[in-house]
Design a protein around this ligand. Structure first.
Ligand code: NDP
Length: 471
């Protein structure tokens, strides 16, 4: 049982003014494993003041100084790798397999920012003018619980590269993970106030960041509903916003795909991070003529997946982060049945022997229509909808008939054919024959999956304002 009773302002761990507390509950056992004291509006304003005071000097640092800071951060965070993996499993219920990859990416975010920075020109000639890309101001960073450490390091590394100071509000459900990371970030020895972290509730700390006039930009990852609230609130002070929101990503299986490879990949892409992933491929689009074959393969693949203790090496699907999230996923499984979809595998309730935690039976529905709510809404759990199509034209029409546009997937025996289809999917990232990641390429959504891009040059530019100087 651990108590987190400090927030981080101006380079120091301090006791918040806020006195409310929040219990941290293990998703695997539902036992209380910790408690966090929450910051309030005043704490948020203090953190903003510290970031504002640090901005003039930090915004003038050279590329070399920022690279040095990023190296220090990476070194300090890398030392805590094993501890971060352990706490991600204990507090969030991330599987060992996923937590290892996630923490590796989280550490890598600093070296990726260095790579981006090395070749980046902050001054360019455009037309006959000099264009300077200047730090945007103080940024508010708001992150969710499904990859807490990775989201924080990704946004922080980019802000540092841009010469921007930050106030970070993680999900309070991730307080133990934040604490381990924060101790490492503090060890890195950056100037006081460059980054500040306030644990607290979204409608308290997050809302204060959104409305405060000294915050110039919000970088947010989370649900589309909250993203819209932030965008509305941010407009009064004309904040820049980067919103990385939800998805309902299509995975188009073409009729020439090698099903023995494509089906395990499709299941893995749907159930990544136990289904609690914005990029999860939750709609599998299958040629009508292959439906029976696909059903057999999907069923056997899913039945072989290990669900259970996230700390076990071979566990593929762990518990949902909270009881609330478990109930939400259950309600969607019930809804699928009510809507008339055919249950291929899984269903309501907990898998046998796993009643203590927030475990869900990995579930697949077939004969799903794209107008059903299970095909339109983000479930954020291990629930896959299989939709059949007659021809490529119909596959694309179904794929793009969604409010979202974060990711898309195509499986085909022909790269040329896959690329043609990929070009027509309306999404920020399309993956061909696999579940892939490129930390330098832009990441973000079309339509209601968000605004703006993260990673690499595109991500860096969202923390900068172009200023044109006419000579
Ligand atoms: P939210 O979008 O509500 O939370 C994300 C972050 O925003 C949290 O830090 C949250 O704080 C904060 N927040 C909440 N309300 C406000 C506000 N008014 N102003 C500023 N910040 C705010 O996600 P949930 O955790 O509630 O998850 C709900 C659903 O969202 C999931 O079931 C899933 O569908 C989706 N989701 C999508 C994610 C993605 O990666 N795209 C990530 C997480 C969730 P607090 O925790 O205190 O509410």
């Amino acid at each position: 049982m651990k108590t987190i009773d400090k927030i981080y302002i101006n380079g120091a761990f301090i006791t918040p003014q806020g006195t409310d507390t929040f219990e941290l509950i293990s998703p695997t056992t539902n036992m209380v494993i910790g408690k966090v004291r929450l910051g309030n509006e005043e704490d948020t304003r203090n953190a903003i003041a510290a970031a504002k005071a640090a901005l003039p000097a930090f915004s003038k640092t050279s590329k070399e100084e920022r690279i040095q800071y990023l190296r220090q951060l990476q070194e300090a965070v890398a030392k805590k790798k094993e501890e971060m993996i352990k706490v991600m499993i204990a507090e969030y219920g991330g599987t060992l397999q996923f937590s290892r990859i996630s923490i590796q990416f989280a550490i890598g975010n600093f070296s990726e920012a260095i790579k981006t920075l090395q070749d980046f020109e902050f001054e360019r000639i455009v037309g006959s003018s000099k264009v300077r890309l200047e730090p945007v101001g103080v940024a508010g960073v708001i992150t969710p619980w499904n990859a807490n450490i990775g989201f924080i390091t990704g946004k922080l590394a980019t802000a540092i590269a841009a010469g921007v100071t930050t106030v970070i509000k993680p999900s309070e459900m991730s307080a133990l993970q934040t604490q381990v990371l924060l101790e490492a970030l503090h060890e890195a020895g950056l100037p006081a106030g460059v980054f500040n972290i306030v644990n607290g509730l979204g409608h308290v700390v997050g809302a204060e960041l959104t409305r405060h006039p000294d915050i110039a930009k919000i970088s947010f990852t989370g649900s589309t509903v909250t993203g819209k609230t932030i965008a509305r609130g941010a407009v009064d002070t004309m904040k820049r916003v980067t919103l990385e929101l939800g998805g309902k990503s299509p995975n188009i299986l073409l009729d020439d795909a090698d099903l023995t490879k494509a089906i395990p990949l499709a299941v893995a892409a749907a159930y990544t991070n136990s289904g609690q992933a914005c990029i999860a491929a939750t709609r599998l689009l299958v040629p009508e003529k292959l439906l029976n074959e696909v059903k057999t393969l999907v069923k056997t693949t899913v039945e072989q997946l290990k669900v259970g203790d996230p700390a076990q090496e071979d566990t593929v699907v762990g518990p949902m982060v909270s009881k609330k999230q478990w109930e939400r996923v259950q309600s969607y499984i019930k809804l699928g049945l009510e809507e008339g979809a055919e249950l291929l595998v899984g269903g309501v309730g907990q898998p046998a022997g796993l009643e203590a935690g927030n475990f869900v039976k990995p579930t697949v529905f077939v004969n799903v229509r794209n107008d059903m709510r299970i095909a339109r809404e983000e479930i954020f759990g291990p629930v896959l909808s299989i939709i059949s199509y007659k021809n490529e034209e119909e596959a694309l029409q179904i794929a793009n008939d969604t409010d979202y546009g974060l990711s898309g997937y195509v499986s085909s025996g022909s790269e040329e054919r896959a690329l043609k289809i990929a070009a027509q999917i309306n999404a920020g990232r399309v993956m061909v024959n696999g579940f892939k990641h490129d930390p330098q390429a832009p990441f973000g959504g079309f339509k209601q999956s968000g605004i703006g891009r993260e990673f690499g040059v595109y991500g860096l530019q969202t923390f900068l304002e172009p200023k044109t100087i006419l000579l």
